[in-house]
Structures are given as C-alpha cells and as structure tokens.
Design a protein around this ligand. Structure first.
Ligand SMILES: [Zn+2]
Length: 290
C-alpha cells in the first residue's frame, strides 16, 4: 500500500494569520488535503476529492459564492485529483473506490471526475446532502458535483467495531479492513474520519473535525480567530463538533495510540505529512509510500 498526500484545492483566504496562524499579509493558506491510496488488490482508493476539474474551470453555480470569495481557491486545474492521479503515473480508471469524510463542496467536487468509482460514506451524510435543509444545507451540498448517486454505498452509524476507542465501520464493501470509516458527526450530520493502516502504522484523516493543528496539538488548544469563525459557521451541530474535536485531541495526544492524525485544511500538517510520506521511500522501492 502506498499513500499519496495531495492538495486538491489550495486556497489563499482573506485574513492572513487570522486564518492559518502563520501567514504575514492579507492572505493565508489553506489546503484540501486528500489521499490517493495505491492498494495491491483494490485498485486506487481515494479519500475525498477536493475541488474537481469543472469547479476549477467554471466555478459559477458549482461552488457557493460567499465561501469562494472568502477562501479564494486557486483556480488551477493541475491541482485537481484527476491531474494529480495522472501525474503520479496512475490511470483515472484505476480509481475504484472513493471514501468520503463528508460531502461539503470542497471535498466532493472531484466525484464527477471518477464516474466509475464506488463512493463510500455515512448514511446520515447522504441523507443530509440529499435533503439540503436550510441555508447551510443548500450552500454546503452541491448535487451538480456528485455524478451518479446510484454508486453511493452508505453505512449506518455504529455499524461496526472499535478502533482506538472509537466506533468504526470495520467493513467497507469491497475494501480491505485496513481502511475504515470512523464516525465523527458534528461538522456535518454524517461527517467521518478515515483511518488507514499503512506500512508504518495507522493514520487518521480527521476531515473537518478540526481546522488548525493548534486545536489538537497545542496546550492549551486554540484556533486562529478567522478559522474558528469559519469553522463555527459551517458546523451543523456546534457542541457535537467541539466534543468530537476533543475526542480527536485525546487520541492524537495519547502516547499509547501510535498514529498520525491530520485534518483537511491545515497547510502545515499537509506539508508535514507529505514529507513524512516521502521519507518512507526505500532504496529498493524508489517511490513515496506510507
Ligand atoms: Zn472542508
């Protein structure tokens, strides 16, 4: 198994350090941290898809304009999952499965670029996305991005076993037990993390359960105020989202739980995971792996 960490929606949000805690000047940096996992028997498995090719080329009507204006995505077709896959020397047709943390517009945009892939997600997320309740629901869920929804495979909450103290869906249809959905509802109704056991142990893609590394790894935890405001505005259930964040924080800081935790939008985590991944290049192997 090889895990490629890919930014499929780099953004330069208004607010500089207020958004990312680090950037000087008026604009910060955010990522859409997705994964492409090369497996031996199950083809290529994606975790989230970021913005899709069509979102980059013609975003009007596909992306919510308020979020787009605030986040200022770089409209670069070369930063889509489709182009990343080709650049890695893989074939888009080899992508057989896509595991979704949730269906927000900045995660689901590339679904339509891989029409042959089966899409795995929590049942509550599928239901909420189809219902598009309220202003937040209509804004965050964009059916134009999804392609054929007949290929969705949905999972009820608490459908499986335990994973480091979390409930987890331990069997995803057609996927090996090294790839799990870990329900973390709060940011959205069916939000989930995706846990993967790679050659060097477990990693948890925590999706949007937090936005900035300082929420998880700093003592005391904190978040740049611009990012915190965006996070609160996008939360389906604020108290539940905060509780999930606390659970992820406890897990990430537990010395008995040897695993790497990262979220979607923190650019420093993205760089760290990319470097960590490339460091696993073995002389015999000659390619990045995790
Ligand atoms: Zn997001």
């Amino acid at each position: 198994m090889r895990i490629h960490h890919l930014d499929c929606g780099p953004a330069r949000p208004v607010g500089g350090a207020l958004m990312d805690g680090a950037s000087p000047g008026a604009f910060g940096r955010l990522t859409c941290h997705c994964l492409a996992i090369e497996t031996e028997r199950h083809g290529v498995v994606l975790v989230d898809t970021g913005l899709g090719l069509r979102d980059m080329l013609r975003p009007a009507g596909r992306l919510p304009w308020v979020n787009s204006a605030l986040l200022r995505f770089r409209r670069d077709p070369d930063r889509t999952m489709l182009r990343h896959i080709k650049r890695l020397g893989l074939h888009p047709g080899d992508v057989r499965h896509i595991v979704m943390t949730h269906l927000d517009f900045d995660h689901a945009g590339g679904l339509v670029d891989f029409p042959q892939a089966r899409v795995h997600l929590m049942e509550a997320e599928a239901r909420a996305a189809r219902a598009r309740d309220g202003m937040l629901g209509r804004m965050r869920y964009r059916p134009v991005q999804w392609g054929d929804t007949e290929r969705w495979i949905t999972y009820p909450d608490r459908a499986g076993g335990r994973w480091f103290g979390f409930d987890a869906v331990t069997e995803l249809e057609g996927l090996p037990p090294e790839i799990l959905l870990v329900p973390l509802p709060g940011h959205s109704p069916g939000h989930a993390g995706v846990a993967i056991e790679g050659p060097r142990g477990w990693v948890l893609h925590a999706g949007d359960s937090y936005f900035n590394r300082a929420e998880i790894f700093a003592e005391p935890p904190h978040c740049p105020p611009g990012s915190a405001a965006y996070e609160a505005a996008m939360a389906w259930n604020g108290p539940l989202a905060r509780a999930q964040r606390q659970r992820v924080r406890s897990l990430a800081r537990d010395p008995e739980a040897p695993l790497a935790v990262f979220c979607t939008h923190d650019p420093v985590e993205y760089v760290a995971m990319t470097i960590w991944s490339e460091r696993q290049r073995s002389p015999a192997d000659g390619a990045a792996a995790a």
